[in-house]
Design a protein around this ligand. Structure first.
Ligand code: NAD
Length: 484
């Protein structure tokens, strides 16, 4: 049985008498590895290692830090298939999607390595003669980074790469649903010439390990990608030390479909935005508002398309969807569907938990019609392959319903009228809006949520900024005193 180990200060630790948990393949229900629950002492040791490494890492020229990232790029590219299979096995993602994700990880490191040439401060004229004001951008310090399970490879890059390029060292905590991918990554870090302690990788529970990381006083920034509920706990844990938080939390993305959209393209994009990664994506299409004039035709085509989708064990064939990540997630999705039925909506297709060969936590691709905006299914995150649909008459109405959410991560609109597009871009209050395309962001963008979807963000130059703080220096450079 594969045993995951903690990776602290460049070394894998013996598991000794640490509590070990089983890691389960959600498609077959087999135990595929065991992983350690890092204790408070382990977290402190990992943070201490990062804190010591920080002192010299921040002095390494940025372009040399980029060189270390490029070394990891090469190792990750050589191991793309291993990384992809590991992820498919432990979280159920179809292999073709896992291969994509295992490719994005080195591509993202490569993108961030190029940011080394773009780190810059400012020199500002003073109100006094012979004085300059320098705005230095300094690495913030050790980053505590807490991972979800839904993109367990790509998010390693999204967390680690901007921190390292900014001059920060990291302690990365993997999700308990996906410890193996992070462990394989740690093995590649060990193989590389990266100085010890710059990247530390640990596993363990949220309540103990995650909380110990968020509340450690030597951490300068704690970043999580995860649920809003856990984001709030992390804010509280960070508050005692006034630690900066960067929170990428849940979403409930509205999709507005106008009468004048390109119908077939829209249907394809909406379905793709719902079922990629088996619907377990923070920016996925979570609720559809379709204008009355095309509601019937649009809904019919969505149902037809959803009915064609296949699902099965990620490593056993080329399926559109895999299993849900675990039984709890499968139960959650089903509970949301049951709530919609109880509130008067109709299951137009799917609507059931499923197994393949008597095993696994699958869920049928599902469309729910007859929804109203106040139903739970239209307001709470589903995080599965279930698409609830409701209708509207005017754009005003649609924008109002879209904005009426505690979440504010992503949103989209489908229309051929660019006045409508401009209104949507100005009036939809979300971190991201996709116009006539699927819900998926770019490395060079800025992935961030408003309201309870988060604080701060990731990707692009602004993503690197999260790991920098400003040091202002006032320099009087030619006073009479200096001349004397
Ligand atoms: P989760 O919130 O259950 O767990 C995320 C991480 O937090 C895990 O590593 C967990 O161990 C840790 N954790 C749990 N309790 C903690 C605590 N008290 N202190 C510190 N750490 C703790 O989320 P998940 O189920 O892994 O992921 C799904 C959620 O993530 C969804 O809500 C989804 O929308 C969100 N998500 C958001 C984004 C984004 O970019 N905004 C991206 C992907 C996923």
């Amino acid at each position: 049985m594969k045993e995951v180990q903690l990776f602290i200060n460049g070394e894998f630790l013996d598991n000794g008498d640490r509590e070990m948990r089983d890691n389960i393949n959600p498609a077959t229900e087999e135990v595929i590895s065991r992983f350690p629950m890092a204790t408070q002492a382990d977290v402190d040791a990992a943070v201490d290692a990062a804190y010591e490494a920080q002192k010299s890492w921040e002095k390494v020229p940025a372009i040399e830090r980029a060189g270390y990232l490029m070394e990891l790029v090469e190792l990750l590219q050589e191991n793309q298939e291993l990384m992809a299979r590991t992820t498919s096995e432990e979280m159920g993602k179809p292999l073709s999607q896992a291969m994509d994700e295992a490719g994005w990880l080195p591509a993202y490191l490569q993108y961030m390595a190029a940011q080394a040439r773009h780190l810059k401060g400012q020199i500002i004229p003073s109100d006094r003669p012979n004085e300059n004001i320098f705005l230095y951008k300094m690495p913030i310090g050790v980053a505590g980074q807490i991972m979800p399970w839904n993109f367990p490879l790509f998010l390693i890059g999204r967390k680690v790469a901007p921190a390292l390029i900014a001059g920060c060292t990291v302690v990365l905590k993997a999700s308990s649903d996906c410890p193996n991918g992070a462990y394989e990554f740690a093995k590649l870090v060990e193989k590389s010439s990266l100085p010890k302690g710059v990247i530390n990788v640990i596993t363990g529970s949220g309540a103990l390990t995650g909380n110990a990381l968020a509340s450690n006083p030597k951490i300068s920034i704690v970043t999580i990608t995860g649920s809003t509920e856990v984001g709030k706990k992390i804010m509280k844990a960070a508050a005692d030390n006034v630690t900066k938080v960067s929170l990428e939390l849940g979403g409930k993305a509205p999709v507005i479909v106008m009468n004048d959209c390109k119908l077939d393209e829209t249907v394809d994009n909406v379905v793709a935005s719902r079922v990629i990664n088996t619907g377990q994506v923070c920016n996925a299409a979570e609720r559809v508002y379709v204008q009355e004039g095309i509601a019937e035709e649009f809904t019919k085509k969505v149902i037809e398309k959803m009915k064609t989708l296949t699902y099965g064990p990620a490593l056993a064939g080329d399926f559109d969807m895999g299993s849900m990540v675990n039984k709890a997630q499968q139960e959650h999705v089903d509970e949301m569907v049951q709530s919609a039925i109880a509130e008067g909506a109709t299951v137009a297709c799917g609507g059931h938990k499923a197994q393949v060969d008597g095993k696994g936590f699958f869920y049928e691709p599902t469309v729910i019609t007859g929804c109203t905006h106040d139903m739970r299914i239209m307001r709470e995150e589903i995080f599965g392959p279930v698409l609830p649909i409701t209708t509207f008459k005017t754009l005003d109405e649609a924008i109002e319903m879209a904005n009426d959410s505690v979440y504010g991560l992503t949103s989209s609109i489908f229309t051929t009228d660019y006045d409508t597009v401009m209104r949507a871009m100005n009036e939809i209050k979300f971190g991201e809006t996709y116009v006539n395309r699927e819900h998926f962001e770019a490395f060079q963008g800025f992935h961030q949520g408003v309201r309870q979807s988060g604080i701060g963000g990731e990707d692009g130059e602004l993503g690197v900024e999260e790991y920098l703080e400003t040091h202002v220096c006032y320099v009087d450079w030619d006073t009479e005193r200096n001349k004397a």
